[in-house]
Structures are given as structure tokens and as C-alpha cells.
Design a protein around this ligand. Structure first.
Ligand SMILES: [Zn+2]
Length: 315
């Protein structure tokens, strides 16, 4: 744990320095950020993962989430599953799992006279006698993903084929877990209407001002200033949910983007009429799920200006 904590602080420093440089170059395209993260930060955060990679609750995933949330410009409390969904990325602990299993396979094929092999055999015997060791983690991981026979055989024929299969299996399981969480939790009631596949969101590929893009991110993640986001976990019968600008309805996502008369001029300018002629949740879902770059760019500007107007009126 101490080693991991040290890695976490080093990796965080690397993330901050990368983000500062990207801001300086005014480049906020996600592809560059992800590429630099994988090349510069992952090797730091995953150093020695062969040894600790199968431990639960190590902090390295925090660095990954920290980097993604910082890049998106959202707060620490933004739900992790939405952040993974927006990026279309899997947690980096999956890579640690693969590293561990690869190293375990290497150990099983090692010459019997070598020290790492002898050490592994000791761990294996301890595990057989009921003690919890590194070998127990490997055994548990393999059986969790349906590869108990590999543990029983203490190895595989073709390492590369097996690792490919193992990697695909853990990715599929993770995808299933993510989808299940999104579909069943009330927190994602709106998100699931427009997020249907685990891919990188096209609006993140647009190169425009990061503050303008951030308005759409916050809205999609449900962490903006509008009342339905602010008072999500409070008793709605007690909290005043009326729209502070028009006082005619509850301030929810549909009202804010498609209905509120206070933004009629912005709406006319930035949102195609087909989305707000008959405003409802379905239309809002369609608008947020669009892949059209122009519509997405205009939606970012609409939200940015609307949030700004709202904050001025409330003050
Ligand atoms: Zn209103």
C-alpha cells in the first residue's frame, strides 16, 4: 500500500503537468490527452503491478479518475461510471490484472533451479495449506473470470492466445457491470436515455474552448447548477424546485434546454426547431445523443450562455 501511495502521488504530479501543458497550447482534444496519459502516466501508476496488481483497493485507479475528471473539468463527486462512459475507457486496474497473470504464466514456465520459481512454489504450497498469499490472488482472479482449469493445470499451451482471451473476458465483464449499474440506478435515469454504447463521446473530439465544452459535460453528468442537479438527494417536496428565471415550472433538464422562456432567443439561435417544437424527455435524449458536430458545438454554446445568464439573474 505504501508503494502504491508513492506511485499515486508521482502519477498525479505527471497528470497535472500534462494538463498544464495542454492548457498552454489551448489544445483540449481528448485523443492527445489519452495518448499522453497512456504513455506517460500509466507506466508510473502501474510500476511493479505484477506484485500488487491483484490487490483490492489500491489507489492507482484514483489517478485515472482524477485525470479524467480534471480533463473534463468536473468535480470529484461526479459519478465514476459516467466519467468512464464519456471517455469510453476501462479502468486501468484491468491492465494490472493482465500484467499479474502474464507474470504468473512466466513463473510457471521458468526453469526449476531459478529463485523466482522456487519462491513461487513456496507461495503455491502455502496457498494449498490455506494461507493467503500472492498465489491465492492469482487463483481467485482466474476462477472469478472462469479460468479455474488454467490454475488447476498450472499453465497454458499458448500464452499469447490465452492472454488475449483473458483480456477480452475481463473487458466484457467490466462492460456488463457498467451497463448493469447505468440501467438499474435512479441516478442515471436521464443518462441512460442518450448513452447507449461504451464509446468515446463525439463532443469530446471537437476542438473548442474548454469552458464552453465543459458546460455540456456538466449537464450530461448531472452536476450543473440547475436545481434538479443541485437537489438530487434532497426531499423534493420540501425543496423549492421552481425555475428561478420564469417561475412557471420545475427546473429540470427538459425545462432548462427545451422549454424555459428565459432562453427563447438562445434556443432559436443554437438549437434546431425539431428538438424543441414538442419538448419532452425523448427529444432531449435525441439531442444529447446526436453525433452531428455542428449541433453539438451549438449545444455547448447554448448551455454555456444559458448557465451564464442564469447565474447573473440569480445573483
Ligand atoms: Zn424557466
Amino acid at each position: 500500500k505504501l508503494t502504491c501511495d508513492d506511485l499515486v502521488s508521482k502519477a498525479k504530479k505527471a497528470v497535472l503537468s500534462i494538463l498544464n501543458k495542454l492548457y498552454k497550447f489551448e489544445d483540449n482534444t481528448i485523443a492527445i490527452f489519452v495518448k499522453i496519459f497512456d504513455a506517460q502516466v500509466q507506466p508510473i501508476a502501474q510500476y511493479g503491478a505484477e506484485v500488487w496488481g491483484l490487490q483490492k483497493n489500491v489507489g492507482t485507479e484514483k489517478v485515472h479518475l482524477f485525470a479524467m475528471k480534471r480533463f473534463l473539468g468536473v468535480g470529484w463527486r461526479t459519478p465514476n461510471d459516467i466519467v468512464y462512459g464519456e471517455f469510453g475507457r476501462f479502468p486501468i486496474y484491468l491492465n494490472s490484472y493482465v500484467k499479474c497473470i502474464r507474470y504468473w504464466l512466466k513463473l510457471t514456465r521458468m526453469e526449476q533451479s531459478r529463485l523466482p520459481f522456487k519462491a513461487y512454489k513456496m507461495l503455491y504450497k502455502l496457498d494449498c495449506n490455506g494461507r493467503y498469499t500472492w498465489a491465492s490472488n492469482v487463483r481467485k482472479c482466474l476462477s472469478l473470470y472462469g479460468f479455474s482449469h488454467v490454475w488447476d493445470n498450472q499453465g497454458v499451451g499458448c500464452v499469447n492466445n490465452f492472454l488475449q482471451c483473458f483480456k477480452q473476458r475481463i473487458i466484457d465483464c467490466r462492460w456488463q457491470e457498467w451497463d448493469d449499474h447505468i440501467q438499474t440506478s435512479d441516478r442515471f435515469a436521464l443518462y441512460k436515455t442518450f448513452k447507449t454504447s461504451y464509446i468515446r463521446e463525439p463532443y469530446l473530439l471537437i476542438n473548442c474552448n474548454r469552458f464552453i465544452k465543459c458546460a455540456l459535460t456538466k449537464f450530461r453528468c448531472g452536476v450543473s447548477d440547475i436545481k434538479v442537479h443541485r437537489h438530487r438527494y434532497k426531499n423534493l417536496n420540501i425543496v423549492d424546485m421552481n425555475c428561478p428565471l420564469c417561475n412557471s415550472a420545475d427546473e429540470d433538464e427538459v425545462h432548462f434546454v427545451l422549454c424555459c422562456p428565459a432562453f427563447d432567443d438562445l434556443r432559436k439561435q443554437f438549437i434546431p426547431l425539431k428538438y424543441y417544437r414538442y419538448p419532452n424527455l425523448f427529444r432531449l435524449g435525441l439531442l444529447l445523443a446526436t453525433q452531428n458536430e455542428n449541433i453539438l458545438r451549438n449545444l455547448c454554446v447554448y448551455l454555456y450562455k444559458a448557465f451564464k445568464r442564469r447565474s447573473v439573474v440569480i445573483l
